[in-house]
Design a protein around this ligand. Structure first.
Ligand code: SAM
Length: 218
């Protein structure tokens, strides 16, 4: 894991910045980072987090840290398949000293395995999540993410859910369906894939910003 300062970094709804960030590489390839791209692409999901939150994919712990800091979040249970990622966050991110550490539970489990929902619900004392966030894919928009999120969220009985890069999945759908990315298109999209989401005019504008930065709309 390396810290970079200063260096150019892309954003998710911001064109680019010069920023300090931590980058984790695996076999010489960038795997995860703490840069603006990650922060902005987590932002909607942190905004949606309340009550009992379940996340798939610990990564560098940014979502867990931010979600747990919200007063309206009671607990955050995170599934992580890679034991080395769990060890890294515990050893290098000051995990035990996080301000809301007591709200967080880390569970070593494959989010795509049949025992995922049972293992997570055991950690929430049977409470279905108020929000489920899936972030287990190396790139966005991952073609399999919408259906996989619907499947994982359904197994958990999640009241609402989302996945990393969903704004761009929505953008691709809008292009194919020849729809302007507004609130009504958001409603139709999430209904079609079977994910309960929060569709607001403000979020549609956020999606359009992400699409514009990634060359989807002008
Ligand atoms: C891009 S990172 C997540 C970043 C994270 N949202 C954060 O806040 O830093 C993806 C993580 O998902 C994990 N992962 C990949 N496949 C998984 C699976 N099937 N089940 C659980 N975790 C998985 C990876 O090991 C990695 O830690």
């Amino acid at each position: 894991m390396k810290g970079y300062w200063p260096s150019w970094g892309p954003g998710y709804v911001t064109p680019s910045v010069i920023e300090a960030r931590t980058v984790l590489s695996c076999a010489g390839k960038v795997w995860m980072s703490t840069g603006l791209m990650e922060q902005e692409s987590h932002a909607w999901h942190v905004h949606c987090a309340h009550g009992t939150v379940v996340a798939a994919g610990l990564g560098l712990g940014m979502f867990a840290f931010a979600a747990s800091a919200k007063p309206e979040v009671q607990r955050v249970v995170v599934a992580e398949v890679a034991p080395e990622v769990l060890r890294l966050v515990k050893a290098s991110a000051g995990f035990e000293a996080w301000p809301c550490r007591d709200k967080i539970r880390l569970v070593e489990v494959d989010a795509l395995a049949p025992d995922f929902a049972d293992r997570m619900l055991a950690a929430t004392e049977g409470m279905p999540p108020d929000y489920f966030f899936a972030d287990i894919w190396p790139n966005f928009p991952a073609a399999e993410a919408p259906a996989a999120t619907a499947m994982m969220g359904g197994a958990l009985g999640a009241k609402a859910a989302g996945w990393w890069g969903q704004e761009l999945s929505f953008g691709l759908w809008c292009i194919q369906a020849a729809r302007w990315p507004d609130e009504s298109a958001l409603r139709n999209y999430f209904t079609a894939i079977g994910v309960a989401a929060h569709e607001t005019a403000g979020y549609a504008a956020f999606c359009r910003d992400a699409m514009a930065i990634h060359g989807f709309v002008r």
